[in-house]
Design a protein around this ligand. Structure first.
Ligand SMILES: [Zn+2]
Length: 339
């Protein structure tokens, strides 16, 4: 019996000394000292031992248990110390290393231009609203006086998701959503992303941004439109900026116009920037078509209004004298950090 216990002890100690992880030590503890362990098995076989020898064997078993426990504990302490030391070594900080630089991000030129436009109109009492980028055909075209089969729809050939749901080709549907709410008067600015199946070049992109403006109230006239947009142009490009309106055609406004601003580079004398004309085309605008008001539930006999649409990229390109729209989307940090 003593021989067997010595064997068990020697084997246990050999395994303990060979183990390299705390989990292994636990395993050994269970295998030798646990309820189904080897020492317990010896105790269970005590019934085969002569009664007078039992105290002696019991003592051997206890001694063996104590010795195995002692070696286990020593090994555990040693392992934990080694682990702690290697951890501290790995986490040591070399204070002589150069510090990592935190680079501060900043706003994209599009965002700077948008916030500037918003600041000007909010200052005139406008509310900034947003509309969905995925729109029903009705809101993108029909409610804006562009019925099925109208050639104006072809010009804005766009991305359809189903037969009557598409990525909006303009921010104007947001006007319709606001008008349908029926809270009059309206003074709103609706910036957002729009989509058209345009090829990418220096002035086109399949995805770009518009800023839509809409005012509806009693007694709004073309004079209000001109005055508002003249103030906007002066705020954006400088106090000496002049504006000029050229007759144009848009489906949802009547009369419609395009607005030019005097070239802020040459003051209107003509230069390379304004291609010698002294004027720069900046936005489209007009008085809201009575039919459009009617379709959205507003009585055109009582209310009138004006609308305008600005290309956000165009403002950013002009303001920062960037000559290629693609630069705004390429996200080249060397370009963007100039603004
Ligand atoms: Zn010029």
């Amino acid at each position: 019996m003593k021989e067997r216990l010595d064997q068990i002890k020697a084997e246990a100690i050999r395994q303990i000394e060979a183990s390299d992880a705390l989990e292994k030590l636990n395993e050994i503890r269970v295998n030798y000292l646990g309820k189904k362990g080897e020492l317990t098995a010896v105790l269970k076989s005590m019934k085969d031992v002569a009664p007078e020898d039992r105290p002696k064997v019991g003592q051997f078993v206890n001694e063996t248990r104590e010795e195995i426990e002692k070696v286990l504990e020593e090994c555990r302490v040693k392992m934990e110390r080694a682990l702690r030391e290697s951890k501290m070594k790995a986490e040591v900080i070399d204070v002589t290393l150069p510090a990592g630089k935190n680079t501060m991000g900043h706003r994209h030129p599009n965002t700077i231009a948008l916030e500037e436009v918003e600041r000007i109109f909010v200052g005139m009492g406008y509310e900034v609203v947003e509309g969905p980028e995925i729109e029903k055909d009705y809101y993108n075209f029909e409610a804006l006086n562009i019925p099925e089969g109208h050639p104006a729809k072809d010009e804005q050939d766009t991305f359809y998701i189903t037969g009557d749901i598409l990525l909006r080709s303009q921010t104007s549907p947001t006007q319709v959503h606001e008008m349908e709410k029926g809270h009059l008067p309206i003074r709103m600015l609706a910036p957002g992303r729009v989509f058209r199946s345009d090829e990418v070049d220096a002035t086109h992109s399949p995805s770009f941004h518009q800023i839509e403006g809409l005012v509806i109230d009693k007694n709004i006239t073309f004079a209000d439109l001109k005055g508002t947009l003249a103030v906007f142009a002066k705020e954006l490009f400088g106090e000496s900026t002049e504006v000029k309106f050229r007759p144009h055609h848009f489906q949802f406004t009547e009369p419609s116009a395009e607005m030019d601003v005097s070239c802020y580079k040459c003051g209107g004398r003509g230069c390379r920037f304004c291609k010698g004309s002294g004027w720069i085309e900046i936005l489209g605008c007009g008085m809201v078509h009575p039919h459009v008001l009617q379709m959205s539930g507003i009585d055109p006999e009582k209310y009138t209004g004006f609308a305008f649409g600005i290309g956000l990229e165009r403002i950013a390109l002009l303001k920062y004298e960037i000559d290629d729209m693609r630069l705004l989307y390429e996200n080249d940090i060397r370009f963007l950090k100039q603004f």
